[in-house]
Design a protein around this ligand. Structure first.
Ligand SMILES: Cc1cc2nc3c(=O)[nH]c(=O)nc-3n(C[C@H](O)[C@H](O)[C@H](O)COP(=O)(O)OP(=O)(O)OC[C@H]3O[C@@H](n4cnc5c(N)ncnc54)[C@H](O)[C@@H]3O)c2cc1C
Length: 401
């Protein structure tokens, strides 16, 4: 990078208002560094990609460092009540393995609803987040960078951060040879928790895996926030509007490849068919699901890339190291990137050196996480009794939905 503004704090252009890009924006604003976020979507509304995220210590540390304290408090208050035990069962709900999960503290991690965390991360950023701006390309000259958008507009800055997710357009231009593997597909859905819904106790508040014949597998996560989100916002951060999140089950069923382009109704029917002969309690969850909220997920994993010469364009989160959610690391790693880059930029005197330091460290832990996620992404493992399970016992602390 030609460092024409050496010694000055850079103006940062962030492409993508996902969890990583927004955490970086919050962290930069917090340190008095100017930033602008460009998001192609029309607003904060939920995008189909699972309905819940499990955050572990690197993720919660990043939020704590980058968010103002009241927004961090709001994250904890609106977090999802943790699972109390891990249970693996067959399709008749006969337990094959069960173990209590030790209580966790907000420091060690918590589950969050994706929409809620995005709304919290957007709080206070109205003036710097620009929706409806689809990035198309960048141009570098003389130590500055210009981002172009599909509506014909452009923005100038000193540093451009591609936080634009798995199909990153920034990565396509910066690292055209970076590759990605598609590992498998699954169907995700949600079922409202309503009075009288008779669901087996084993499937409630547990980290579970139900495995049927032909290796079809289903998991159900109970998503109930510690406190109603609107009440928590009114108490902790009046002025932050959070969309109410009624209690729900989030479920996932493995999906054969040929159905990946199907619509919600077909996917829901397919998921229901797959558990047709299973325990009635499992069938009930699918029968009472919100059909329109059923969607397919392609689990992808980035191939390791060699370090490249640092410049005033860099990448963060899934844009560089997308990974299987099998270990629940993707969002945590994106948040860790945001935290690291923010800390480095906060004290940087030479932006080129700052990006080089960030990329060296980020590539090390980012691709270590990708490699680990590949080794356990829902991979069947044998129990001592010979049953096939889809998680290792030691992984009870992660929730892959
Ligand atoms: C089913 C599933 C479950 C998961 N569960 C977990 C979990 O429990 N824990 C965990 O740590 N991780 C989990 N993950 C991974 C996690 O979702 C991702 O790693 C995380 O969302 C990455 O954040 P990000 O900010 O890098 O990208 P994203 O969240 O994908 O955000 C990218 C943003 O960029 C925008 N964008 C894209 N292209 C452009 C463009 N050209 N111009 C402008 N904007 C653009 C997008 O609209 C989006 O808002 C899961 C993933 C899946 C698929």
């Amino acid at each position: 990078m030609t460092s024409t503004r050496q010694g000055e704090r850079p103006h940062v252009l962030i492409i993508g208002a996902g969890i990583g890009g927004l955490c970086l924006a919050q962290g930069l604003v917090n340190k008095g560094i100017t930033a602008a976020v460009y998001e192609r979507g029309p607003g904060a509304t939920f995008r189909g990609q699972g309905t819940r995220l499990s955050l572990k210590q690197p993720g919660t540390d990043a939020l704590r460092a980058c968010l103002p304290p009241h927004l961090m408090e709001l994250c904890v208050a609106t977090s999802i009540r943790p699972a109390t035990r891990m249970i693996f069962m067959d399709h008749r709900l006969n337990p094959m393995f069960a173990k209590p999960i030790p209580p966790s503290t907000p420091e060690s991690g918590f589950g969050v609803n994706r929409l809620t965390i995005r709304e919290i991360l957007l709080a206070g950023l109205d003036r710097i987040v620009h929706f409806g701006k689809a990035f198309t390309s960048f141009e570098q000259s003389d130590g500055t960078v210009r981002a172009h958008f599909s509506d014909g507009t452009a923005a100038d800055g000193d540093l451009l951060v591609g936080a634009d997710g798995t199909d990153s357009a920034v990565r396509r231009q910066l690292l055209p040879d970076a590759g990605m593997d598609s590992l498998h597909w699954s169907i995700w859905g949600r079922t409202p928790i309503v009075p009288g819904l008779d669901i087996p106790e084993e499937l409630i508040d547990s980290f579970n895996r139900v495995t049927g014949p032909d290796d079809v597998a289903l998991s159900v996560a109970t998503c109930r926030t510690r406190e109603p989100v609107s009440a928590a916002a009114a108490r902790i951060s009046p002025g932050t509007a959070l969309t109410p999140i009624p209690d729900y089950f989030s479920w996932m069923v493995s999906l054969p490849d040929e159905f990946r382009d199907a619509g919600a109704a077909t996917l829901h029917r397919l998921a229901s068919d797959r558990v047709r002969e299973w325990h009635p309690g499992v069938r009930r969850i699918l029968e009472t699901a919100d059909v329109g909220a059923t969607f397919p997920v392609n689990i992808r994993s980035a191939r390791a890339v060699e370090p490249w010469p640092a410049s005033n364009v860099t990448l963060l989160g899934d844009a560089i190291h997308t990974m299987s959610p099998g270990r629940g690391e993707g969002a945590n790693t994106a948040l860790r990137d945001a935290h690291l880059l923010r800390d480095i930029l906060a004290v940087a005197t030479d932006p080129a050196e700052a990006v080089a330091r960030y990329e060296t460290e980020m590539l090390r832990y980012g691709f270590a996480a990708v490699a680990q996620s590949r080794t356990a992404p829902f991979a069947p493992v044998k129990t001592p009794k010979g049953a096939m399970l889809h998680f290792r016992r030691s992984e009870y602390h992660i929730a892959p939905w």
